[in-house]
Design a protein around this ligand. Structure first.
Ligand code: NDP
Ligand code: ZN
Length: 350
């Protein structure tokens, strides 16, 4: 064991504050990482404030981790000291169930071990995330950061990137498809870039008319202001896919109307009950599909990092001093970030 430092919430109602805590020494299959950058995901806010009802305190968020390998266990073969590596939302899984065998560790039938606020599979300790100077993770859950990528802007690919890339690939989005991205925050702006790179005609649905020009710069061909009923109506029956990153309960019905028959509405933002109720007829009468998707497996996380390097895709980030993390949460809730905060971990040591 050794003493690590980081920022954690002690309860759902207290701000994040500096803490010292114990991390394990590397096991034979572990990689020890000095964290250089960590992205700030809206899930971190949901969890720090126990909005999903599953938080465990102290809760140290952070699952968009980029850093340098400082030590490896005796059995590690994938990474060596000095390598630049990433850790996303998961740090372990059962590794033997059908999902794990299919490289879909996120759907592990026993439940994956998440990067924070989950009991470690070996010693039962509460996992602590990436708002920290270091982390120790089994090598299978550590990915390689391609040399071509800027380290800080690569960090959000570990969650915002894979979460939008995975469903677009799974549903076979291809050239000419009409794809709508709902919400332009951390996930949404990456969704626009990936849909565009796959050759789709991309539309952003946003509450904020002021984001139109920015969306076009990200690669969107069109913008629909979702609060304008006329604009929503004019898009009826148009889309093949909707990728919905909205982080709160919202009315799905007007969005479903914009799908053509056989169209697919993919939820990634919402894990609460749908409210107001969804009109099932909107699915039944047009064979539409309402789907969900959770991050992506480890092999696919490596794939999306390589895809970003190959296609010159990066996240638009605002560098954050960790001492401003609570202000950053408030700004994210207000939609005031373009488009992902990334913590410069050097600020943890000043
Ligand atoms: P952000 O806060 O960065 O962006 C969310 C965007 O949604 C905003 O920019 C805004 O876009 C829109 N939005 C926000 N509030 C509302 C509202 N009240 N009504 C309508 N639209 C709204 O969040 P992230 O991109 O980091 O995360 C999005 C969601 O995805 C979160 O719930 C997060 O927990 C979840 N998530 C899910 C994962 C998965 O595996 N399924 C993985 C990672 C995150 P605009 O201003 O353009 O309308
Ligand atoms: Zn996330």
């Amino acid at each position: 064991m050794y003493t690590a430092i980081g920022y954690a919430a002690q309860s759902a109602t207290t701000p994040l504050a500096p803490v010292k805590f114990e991390r394990r020494s590397p096991r034979p299959d572990d990689v020890a990482i000095e964290i250089l950058y960590c992205g700030v995901c809206h899930s971190d806010i949901h969890q720090a404030r126990n909005e999903w009802g599953i938080a465990v305190y102290p809760l140290m968020p952070g699952h968009e981790i980029v850093g340098k390998v400082t030590a490896i266990g005796a059995n590690v073969s994938k990474h060596k000291v000095g390598d630049l590596v990433g850790v996303g939302c998961m740090v372990d899984s059962c590794r033997s169930c059908d999902a794990c065998q299919a490289n879909l560790e996120q759907y592990c039938l026993e439940g994956p071990t998440m990067t924070y606020a989950t009991p470690d599979r070996v010693d039962g300790s509460n996992t602590m995330g990436g708002y920290s100077d270091s982390i120790v993770v089994s090598e299978h859950f550590v990915v390689r950061i391609p040399q071509k990528l800027d380290l800080a802007s690569a960090a959000p690919i570990l969650c915002a990137g894979i979460t939008t890339y995975s469903p677009l690939k799974h549903y076979g989005v291809k050239a000419g498809d009409k794809v709508g991205i709902l919400g332009m925050g951390g996930l949404g702006h990456m969704g626009i870039k990936f849909a565009k790179a796959l050759g789709a005609e991309v539309t952003l649905f946003t509450r904020s008319a002021s984001k139109a020009e920015e969306a076009r710069r990200q690669g969107a061909d069109h913008v629909i202001v979702s609060t304008d009923a006329e604009q929503m109506k004019a898009a009826a029956g148009h889309f093949d896919f909707l990728l919905d990153t909205i982080p709160v309960q919202h009315d799905l019905n007007p969005y479903l109307d914009t799908l053509r028959f056989d169209g697919v509405h993919i939820l990634v933002g919402l894990i609460e009950p749908v409210d107001p109720p969804m009109h099932a007829g909107k699915l039944v009468m047009s064979r539409r599909v309402l789907a969900g998707s959770l991050i992506g497996g480890i092999a696919e996380t490596q794939e999306v990092l390589d895809f970003c390097a190959e296609h010159d895709i990066t996240c638009d980030i605002e560098m954050l001093d960790i001492r401003q993390i609570n202000e950053a949460y408030a700004r994210m809730i207000a939609g005031d970030v373009k488009y992902r905060f990334v913590i410069d971990m050097a600020t943890l040591k000043v």
